[in-house]
Write a protein that binds this ligand. Sequence first.
Ligand SMILES: Cc1ncc(COP(=O)(O)O)c(C=O)c1O
Length: 349
Amino acid sequence: MTYEYEKVATPGSGLRLHLNENTAGCSPAVLDALRAITSETAAFYPDYSDAIAASCEHLGVLPSNLLLTNGLDEGILGATVAALRSRPATGAPEAVVIVPAFDMYAASADAAGATVLEVPCRENFEFPLADVLGAINPRTRIIFITSPNNPTGITVARESILTIAAAAPGALIFVDEAYADFSGISLIGTPALEAQPNLVIGRTFAKAYGLAAMRVGALVGAPGVLAPIRRVVPPYSLNVAAAVALPAALRDRARYAWYVGEVRESRQLLYDALDRLGVRYWPSDGNFVLARFGDRSQRVIKGLLERGIYLRDRSKDHGCAGCVRITTGVVAHTRRCIDAIEEVLCDER
Ligand SMILES: Cc1ncc(COP(=O)(O)O)c(C=O)c1O
């Protein structure tokens, strides 16, 4: 079996509620920073000092605990390649992926030559702690944990993560916190990061900061955990646009706070609408909600597409039959989406 990232069509116009992007766009300060790029700064290899300083201040870590990457995708790939460098005495190295999961873990591990071991969530997407512990063996090199998870939006208990990290000292535990800005729950800043020498945390500035097209993410961990990953990630992996955009975005605290508030309100609006419609959903800590429309899911996706609104079909993911993932960003966008869903479902009655 080969694993690939499912790259869905990215329409130029319409309401994009299918990729968990920031539906408000980036801060205007980012555009000012981009306009300030000169012909010289475009010609020289980028200087990351401002981007690193702003990220460290924002995350409350030292530069030795931080590695900026070309999107978190590059962080996932870099960490995977680094983890797989030590080969088991017998057999292929293994990567544990708890499904349903973000595609990039299995795609990166497969591309780097690991055997992908999928561990399914329990009923109702309950975190399968005992099964993950049972999957660990001397060939395990990397375990991916996403909190809050994509596509479910469910946060994984810190104790579960630490139990896994302690049980797999020979593996890298990659904790993907791409959506932690919306949950406010993070391992960063906790003693666990220094105490547990095999933990690395992934963050992205694509979501809460609206820099998806800039491609900028970060890995956070103890210096010894990051060292082998630094050897994999190219020295100039962020281009100058990302390097100037990041500090500008991070310093616009008002916009960040406003957007996180919009997401919170949007989620609640969507829950209320789904309750009215009798549609099952999972309360989410991310900027999206997974909803089970069952045999009406394709009608909802198609009906909204006809109205210029893009949703993500997740029905092929483990345990997600009939499920659609809906980005919950700007409240006005969420209201438009809810109206369209109600229209499609009412038309059908
Ligand atoms: C869980 C998760 N990790 C990582 C990423 C990728 O982030 P980036 O856009 O910074 O590469 C995504 C993007 O959707 C994601 O959902």
